[in-house]
Design a binder for this molecule. Structure first.
Ligand SMILES: *Cc1c(COP(=O)(O)O)cnc(C)c1O
Length: 397
């Protein structure tokens, strides 16, 4: 047997030579468009802080206040003694804003997705997923005993063919509502109609829609007019547009009670700190009180798309805050990200296995914390890369 160091070094070297090696961008200070990295200040277009709430004084103060009253750690799981008044109040508020009967807090979105799929399905069942779903949904499918099938991206004919053949007891269809690396949206209305005909359960992961889309940021289901009946399982996270941390599932009383009984990632983990729940509550209040944030973000998206299209930049079909530029080759995507860094901009190169082979891209994300002049700076830098002939689709891994 080879020693650990030698074996791992071989894998790491392979990853380096494939241009897939990951490095962390260490920065000091809060999540804002201007990040301090190694003494350099960079204008960042990569966070999921879509409304600019991650450093909002009302969130920070709510957390501080809750710390004063509740201390820091929750000290236990929800089913033992970790479930405080603040967690409970947050669940009520989440049910209200998503217009669902009930909501249940999870400690992260990753855990919520694993927990829903594994809590509701067993070996008699089947799960159908869009092939571009987030890793946490896909992993939930892989870990479950249910039969796991993927359908082509947003291809309802492909899904229907697969559902027609199913003999499973329960069939769950799960999709990102806004695709995390592409920024496009799922056709939720048609999906819910198909699921209704097939008697399948529809689950949507709205990590990138909640807070941003729909009435008062209530999310993609509201934006596309889906009731609890149309979409019985609604999941979203609190660490993106809401500026906080954690996640939740919203739906009927039977769904929530079942998750409390059977969802292992709900049962066997420590509840998030009460201060974090308090910050999420403050974030929810701001969805209403500072509705200009959604408005401003929408304006920035329109501005960016108009100008990028005028420059003939290779945008992807997205109307959301996620505006990726398709590159193709991982090596070139890295090179572009490095070039942008030298111009004072931080845009991450997203590469396989996060996205399919040959579809590396620059994932640009916009936030209400950006200004119009930030967008102009980004466009100027991209124009410069384009003039150097670097922004064209390049084949490769
Ligand atoms: C970020 C994300 C998750 C995971 O949420 P966390 O709270 O960060 O664990 C799940 N699904 C999608 C689509 C995401 O983008």
């Amino acid at each position: 047997m080879h020693c650990l160091e030698q074996t791992l070094a071989a894998d790491l070297n392979q990853r380096r030579s494939d241009h897939l090696y990951r490095k962390r961008n260490q920065h000091a200070g809060p999540q804002t468009p201007e990040l301090k990295l190694n003494g350099q200040t960079l204008l960042a277009f990569c966070s999921n802080d879509y409304l600019g709430l991650a450093n909002h004084p009302q969130l920070v103060n709510a957390a501080k206040k809750a710390c004063g009253e509740y201390g820091l750690g929750s000290g236990a799981s929800h089913l033992v003694v970790g479930h405080t008044d603040i967690h409970h109040e947050l669940e009520h508020a989440l049910a209200q804003v998503t217009q669902r009967p009930r909501a249940l807090l999870f400690s992260s979105g990753y855990m919520a997705n694993l927990g829903v799929i594994n809590g509701l399905l067993d070996r008699r069942d089947a799960i159908y997923q869009d092939r571009l779903n987030h890793a946490s949904l896909l992993d939930g499918g892989l870990l479950s005993a249910a039969k796991f099938q993927r359908y082509r991206h947003n291809d309802l004919d492909d899904l229907e063919r697969q559902l027609n053949k199913t003999t499973a007891r329960r069939h769950l269809v799960a999709t990102d509502a806004v695709f995390s690396m592409d920024g496009d949206t799922a056709p939720l209305k048609s999906l819910s109609q198909l699921c209704n005909i097939q008697q399948s359960w529809l689950m949507i992961d709205d990590a990138h829609g909640f807070g941003v889309l729909g009435k008062q940021g209530g999310g993609s289901a509201l934006a596309q007019g889906l009731t609890t009946q149309d979409c019985p399982i609604y999941m979203a996270t609190l660490g993106k547009a809401l500026g906080s941390y954690g996640a939740f599932v919203a739906g009927s009383d039977a769904l929530i009670e079942s998750l409390i009984q059977f969802s292992r990632t709900y049962i066997y983990t420590t509840a998030i700190p009460p201060s974090i729940a308090a910050a999420s509550l403050a974030g929810l209040k701001l969805l209403k009180d500072e509705a200009w944030r959604q408005q401003h973000l929408t304006e920035l998206i329109t501005l960016f798309k108009q100008q990028a299209n005028a420059l003939k930049l290779p945008l992807m079909p997205s109307d959301t805050a996620i505006q990726p530029i398709m590159v193709g080759s991982s090596a070139v995507a890295l090179q572009l990200s490095e070039a942008l860094k030298e111009m004072g901009l931080l845009v991450t190169a997203i590469r396989p296995p996060t996205v399919p082979k040959g579809t590396a891209r620059l994932r640009i994300t916009l936030s209400a914390a950006h200004t119009q002049s930030h967008i102009q700076k980004l466009l100027q830098a991209l124009t410069q890369l384009q003039q150097q002939g670097l922004l064209t689709l390049v084949e490769g891994e």
